[in-house]
Design a protein around this ligand. Sequence first.
Ligand code: TXA
Ligand code: MG
Length: 327
Amino acid sequence: MKFPDFMESKNSDIIRAKAFLEQGALVAIPTETVYGLAANGTSKAAIQGIYSAKGRPSNNPLILHFPNLKAIQPFVDSISEEVQLLADAFWPGPLTLLLPKSDKVLDIVTAGLPRVAVRVPNHPKTLELLAQLDFPLAAPSANPSGYISPTQASHVEQQLGNKIAMVLDGGACQKGLESTILGWDDQGQPIIYRKGVITAEAIEKVLHKLPQNHKAKTLEAPGMLSLHNAPNTKTIVSAQIKQVLTEHAKKTIGLISFQQHYSTKLKGISEEITLSISGSLEEVAQKLNAAMHTMDLLGLDIIIIEKVPETGVGKAINDRLTRSMSQ
Ligand code: TXA
Ligand code: MG
């Protein structure tokens, strides 16, 4: 049977990615959230490559990516009923679970922590790749440590192109925001360590318990403690656009606005990207990182990002934005 051309090329991409990963090389992979910088999750040497390509501190652990829940089993102590319910409801999808690890998980993956972060990403190319590999993929977001997360193959090429074997191009990421991270405390209560498009309310519908937000500033999720994913350009996040513009008159300003377009009404804006004319927070999540990438390449003095309403996925977006303010 002869496949149409596009199918042949799709397969050859995945075959190439598989061969590189089996050799211990780094491959950027598409997911529904952001692109990941992937390596063989059972090879210490391959994983060291991730840390050095990203310039990532070694105390910041990595998520292991699997094709399905069954493949996760050997890497965790046990699969609880709640994990099963969440997997049925959300996988493949933008949810990462922190589960007690088995001996099979290398210390370099968890940075010595007792739990391993696992997820089944929802992207057809990456799911096909994972299904063909006999190891999970360790993958942080494919950005240099501290910089904006990539939601298009070109972002990865620009930032890390010379440090990796290839980018498996899967187009623009559908969700655009890193996965929600969920774990359980000692009392068995669900805790959200990182907000994402899967909200506390959506998890409550499945578990019949409302997860709480993680508060303690411990090393349990080290990546969440510092300001990160920031553009190089000075960035201000605010709901008071007019006021911020007045305060920074005479500067060249790029505005990333939520729903309304300000340039037609207010002076002092050099560039503006309005994320969702219809006011969809999902659309904002999907486009935000790409807008920051675009603005950051323009040589502006300041990027101003408008806060979004604190509802639904808006909470995750604002949380991320607050962490993106460079000092
Ligand atoms: O959507 C996503 O989750 C993307 C895609 C590629 O899957 N990945 C991603 O990875 O965002 P990364 O490394 O950029 O963020 C993972 C976060 C970090 O804050 C890290 O500290 C935390 O998860 N983390 C990973 N393993 C952990 C563990 N064992 N215990 C606690 N926190 C962990
Ligand atoms: Mg990251």
